[in-house]
Design a binder for this molecule. Structure first.
Ligand SMILES: *Cc1c(COP(=O)(O)O)cnc(C)c1O
Ligand code: SF4
Length: 338
């Protein structure tokens, strides 16, 4: 039995319009006085505050250090330049054979479908990417399809962004239909944070096309802390699995959010309980404005070593980093105690 909630009450587009966009309102929702929050005028001017209410509902009122709040809370510390932290750390400008397409790895291409997201994460490596707010136009989608046709080794398409689930399902259905026409393609992957911040995004319309496509569909969610995972998310995952999809998670190690053994263990446990397998845990990309979230890679390896001692192997995410010029993500092994 598929459990679909009353969509009139939980329509995801409505949740998008109702998202919180100002610091005073966010503070009020969490019973915090503005004085408890960092000054952030410059930071919000550079990258605006945006956080949907279902995500705010999972924050702890009265706690200015809440791990969910910290991910979305602007802070003028972002404006301090730090050596080595740049606006395009992944060198994506270099690998854009055409608008919206990033082809770095041999058998998969990444399509940047839209520049918009449902939430603005302060550590985001795409915060400076010059997307504009535009979605790929139909003509550009046609060129993406043509490009894939000319690269017969490509068997997987990754929809990314921004957040690809910002697109309407009618559009997604159309794009998927075009991909299906390419016999070389086996898999469609969707990298999205939307089902985490607005769980009602996994609605009947989305489930319909997921169920119907001949492609194997893989959703890669993005959650960084166990408190992000709740029953609504688990319901969406159960529905996706029933529609034939696989659901994985990738996260980022963030100082003050999840850089502890407890936080990592609890995240993996919560993901699995919700039907999601941990896939990657990235170290922060050296993005300008994100330095205060970073921890050294050696520390991350020690952390994941301790995590590995507490969890079954299938719940230990691969510690990884994207290093420009490499043919795959670079993996770092967990450092075990002697
Ligand atoms: C991360 C990434 C992928 C996917 O890598 P996987 O290891 O297959 O998850 C593909 N293309 C680009 C450009 C990427 O950055
Ligand atoms: S691309 Fe992902 S990490 Fe970046 S702001 Fe959007 S949802 Fe957050």
């Amino acid at each position: 039995m598929i459990k679909i909630e009353n969509q009139a009450a939980t329509d995801w587009r409505h949740e998008l319009t109702q998202a919180i966009r100002t610091l005073p309102e966010l503070a009020a929702q969490l019973a915090l006085s503005p004085a408890q929050l960092p000054a952030a005028e410059q930071a919000t001017a550079a990258f605006r505050l945006l956080v949907p209410r279902p995500f705010v509902a999972r924050m702890q009122p009265g706690d200015p250090n809440d791990p969910l709040l910290r991910q979305v809370l602007a802070d003028d510390i972002e404006m301090q330049p730090t050596a080595g932290y740049t606006t395009d750390p992944l060198d994506e400008g270099e690998h854009n054979p055409q608008k919206g397409l990033v082809h770095k790895y041999e058998r998969r291409v990444l399509v940047i479908t839209t520049g918009t997201c449902a939430v603005n994460c302060r550590y985001c490596f795409r915060r400076h990417f010059p997307y504009g707010d535009n979605q790929l136009a139909q003509k550009e989608w046609d060129s993406v399809v043509a490009y894939i046709q000319n690269h017969p080794e490509v068997n997987e398409v990754i929809l990314s962004g921004g957040d690809p689930l910002m697109l309407k399902d009618s559009q997604l259905r159309q794009h998927v239909a075009a991909m299906e026409q390419l016999p070389q393609l086996k898999r469609l992957r969707i990298h999205s944070r939307l089902p985490v911040v607005i769980p009602s995004r996994i609605d009947r319309e989305l489930l319909d096309w997921v169920r119907q496509t001949r492609l194997d569909v893989v959703f890669v969610y993005h959650a960084n802390h166990a408190n992000e995972i709740d029953d609504d998310i688990a319901t969406g995952v159960a529905n996706l699995k029933q529609a034939g999809a696989t659901v994985l998670n990738q996260g980022v190690i963030l100082k003050g959010v999840n850089d502890s053994v407890t936080a990592q263990v609890e995240l993996s446990e919560a993901l699995f309980a919700a039907g999601i397998l941990p896939y990657y845990m990235f170290t922060l990309d050296p993005i300008e404005g994100g330095a205060h979230f970073d921890i050294p890679i050696s520390e991350a390896q020690q952390l994941m070593g301790k995590v590995a001692e507490k969890l079954p192997g299938y719940l230990v995410p691969r510690l990884a980093k994207e290093i420009p010029g490499r043919p795959a993500k670079t993996l770092f092994s967990p450092k075990l105690s002697d």
